[in-house]
Structures are given as C-alpha cells and as structure tokens.
Design a protein around this ligand. Structure first.
Ligand SMILES: NC(=O)c1ccc[n+]([C@@H]2O[C@H](COP(=O)([O-])OP(=O)(O)OC[C@H]3O[C@@H](n4cnc5c(N)ncnc54)[C@H](O)[C@@H]3O)[C@@H](O)[C@H]2O)c1
Length: 353
C-alpha cells in the first residue's frame, strides 16, 4: 500500500479532532497543531483530552460495527499533537493544513498568516462556517493554495464536504482537495464564495420555517419532526432537491410558490426568476427531458426505476415497509425482523416545554 500523505489541523478543537478521525481512519498520519499560547501543563492537558476524545470517537464507531475495537489503538496512534513552537516540520510536511481555530476574523487571519509562512508547500484550507474565502486569503502567503473547506458535523460521519475556492485559488488546488476528500470516502461539492455555502443556506430557511410553524400553532414540534423524518428528509436522501423539482415539474413549484406567497402573505415563498424562465422555455423536468438537470440522454424509465428501487431499499432499511394484505388462504412469508434497522423516529424525544 502506498503511504498516505500527512495531514495537519490548526486547532485541536471539535473540528480539528473530527477531521483527525477522518484522515487517521483512512490511514494518514495527522498532526493537530495548537496555535494558542498556553503553559506546558495546559498543553499537556489539551493533548491528553484531544487524543482521548479521538480514541473515544473511534471506539464508538467500532461499537457501531464499522470496524473492530482491536483497530482503535492503531488508528489513534496516527494522530499527534504539537505545540506552535515545534510545529514547523509538522506543517511543512503536510499535504494539506485545515485551519480550525475560533470563528473570529482577525484571529483566523493571524493564524493563517503565521502558518502559511511556516509551511511553504501545503494547501491551506479554512473550515470556517461564515467567513468568505476572499476575506481570509490576503492573509495567506501564496494565496493560490488557499480555499475554504466546510465540513458538516460530525465530520467523521457526514459524507458531504463543501469546497469553496476564492478569486485567487488555483483551480488545480481545488482538484487536489477534491481527490483527497474522495479518497477518504467523503463527497466533495464545489460552491462559490457566497454566504451560507449550500447546506447551511438551505437548512437555515427550512429550520426557521419549522420553528415558525410551531410558533403559529400549525402542528406540534413532534409532528413537524415526524413530517421531516418520514416525508421531507427521507425523500432527499434519494433525490436531490433540484432533481425533485424536475420529478414533480418546475410548473408545480411555480404555482405552489404563487399560491403560498398569496395565502401566507409572505414574499419568502416567491419563486426565483429561473423557475418561471424554465417554465416559459419548456424546461420543466422529466416530462420535457430537461429541467434543472438534463435527462435527454437517459432511458427515463430505467432511471425512474433505479431511483424508486433506492427509495424502497431505504424504506426497508428503516423497517418502514410491510407485506401486502393477502387473502387468508395465501400464506405470507415471514418478515426477517432481525434485518430491520432502527426507525429514524421510533420513539421521538418529547418536546421541551
Ligand atoms: N463545530 C462545528 O459544528 C463546526 C462546523 C463547521 C465548521 N466549523 C468551523 O470550525 C472552526 C473551529 O470550530 P470548532 O467548533 O472546532 O471550535 P473549538 O472551539 O472546538 O476549537 C477551536 C480550537 O482553536 C483553539 N484556539 C482558541 N483560541 C485560540 C487562539 N487565540 N489562537 C489559536 N488557537 C486558539 C482552541 O484551543 C481549539 O483547539 C470554526 O471556524 C467553525 O466555524 C465548526
């Protein structure tokens, strides 16, 4: 097996530790570099705490059956923690440095400036959730190698990683980061440097709407969450959101948006121009062969069946299917209940009052 390149994380907090688990699990040596001024005793405590949390996370993943407990120590041993004073070789040898210090612009800029001087070669990625790449890149020496790489928490479980290059980012760097993430089993997507990346931007709207429905007494928190788990969420595990518009038809979205804008007297339901334009130009989705995505080259029946099969597999996984009701004379095969996974909402937590 070829040696996996070393990875460095600046900051040994939640994000740094989560990323360390991902790369150590995938066979990379990982250096967590602490850039905060602290006493030797404090640093020793931080090291112990970080390594113990990483070990603990791995033990939990092993308990979930992802690998055997016997491998936990070997994976944990791939992670080491360095203080700033002895960080230059760790940073210099890394293929990529993930900056994960607190969400404070000046602090991030100072840390990135210092790290980029210490490390001449590596790609440098900020894990910031809210600061745009171009607000940080001028602090970095050779900013062509700098970009934002936004992980979803917990980083060691969530497959998606949002990669956001800035004006100065070298496109070859984006490709290298995507390959690196691919190789450790993540699913990278690229997005422009706009606030909220992709997931936080969509989920903030949806979360506020769910909260608003509780406030307006539309449904209980428990029922809204049930609707999300069994309706909204489960659907989007199989179909993307734009793909789903194409399934229903962009015209449906247009009319639903118009209706809700009027009925709820709120512009937040207004469809963007692209929905009306697509409709006017006949790109309403599967029906016309083109919508947000292009289906012209596909056998649409095969494609539809493949997506429905994925949906059925998901329902089976969650124990959400049941056998048909047959005439009493016909014996029904036994359902293998052992293979059932936990329902996503078998017993919902009760609402805090
Ligand atoms: N936690 C999340 O859910 C999440 C999700 C996505 C992105 N992020 C991003 O990850 C980054 C880090 O967040 P986190 O949750 O890991 O934070 P955290 O507080 O858990 O960790 C921050 C790390 O920075 C160190 N630090 C604190 N002050 C410092 C200083 N003055 N100089 C140098 N280092 C210092 C801390 O010791 C710690 O190791 C942020 O940019 C955040 O937006 C976090």
């Amino acid at each position: 097996m070829t040696a996996r390149p070393p990875i460095a994380c600046l900051g040994a907090g939640r994000m740094g530790r989560g990323i360390a688990v991902v790369f150590a699990y995938a066979g990379h040596p990982v250096c967590l570099v602490d850039f905060k001024q602290r006493s030797a005793a404090d640093f020793a405590r931080l090291c112990e705490e970080a390594i113990e949390e990483i070990r603990d996370t791995l033990r939990t993943l092993a308990q979930f059956g992802l690998f055997t407990q016997a491998m936990v120590e070997a994976i944990t041993a791939r992670v080491r923690v360095f203080p700033m004073a002895s960080s230059s070789s760790a940073l210099g040898e890394a293929a990529i440095i993930f900056e994960g210090v607190p969400e404070v612009l000046d602090l991030k800029r100072a840390v990135l400036a210092q790290a980029s001087t210490l490390a001449r070669e590596p790609i440098i990625a900020s894990t910031t959730s809210t600061i745009l790449v171009d607000e940080l890149s001028s602090a970095v020496e050779r900013p062509g190698r700098f970009l934002n790489v936004h992980w979803l928490n917990p980083a060691f479980l969530m497959p998606l990683v949002e990669v956001s290059p800035g004006t100065n980012t070298d496109p070859a760097v984006v490709e290298r980061v995507k390959r690196l993430l691919d190789a450790v089993g993540k699913v990278p997507v690229v997005c422009a440097p706009r606030p909220g990346f992709i997931v936080p931007r969509i989920q903030t709207l949806a979360m506020n709407e769910a909260a608003r429905m509780v406030e307006e007494g539309v449904a209980s928190a428990e029922d809204i969450d049930k609707a999300i788990k069994y309706g909204f969420g489960i659907r989007y595990a199989v179909l993307g959101m734009l793909e789903f518009i194409d399934w229903g038809g962009g015209d449906i979205l247009y009319y639903a948006s118009r209706y809700l804008t009027g009925a709820l007297k709120s512009d937040r339901y207004q469809a963007p121009d692209i929905v009306e334009r697509n409709m006017r130009e006949g790109r309403i989705g599967l029906k016309t062969g083109q919508g947000f995505l292009n289906y012209e080259a596909l056998d649409r029946e095969d494609y539809r069946r493949e997506r429905l099969a994925a949906f059925a597999a998901l329902l089976r996984h969650f124990g959400l299917t049941q056998p048909p009701v047959l005439p009493t004379a016909v014996r029904q095969p036994k359902v293998n209940r052992k293979r059932r996974a936990t329902r996503p909402n078998a017993r919902p937590p009760s609402r805090r009052r």
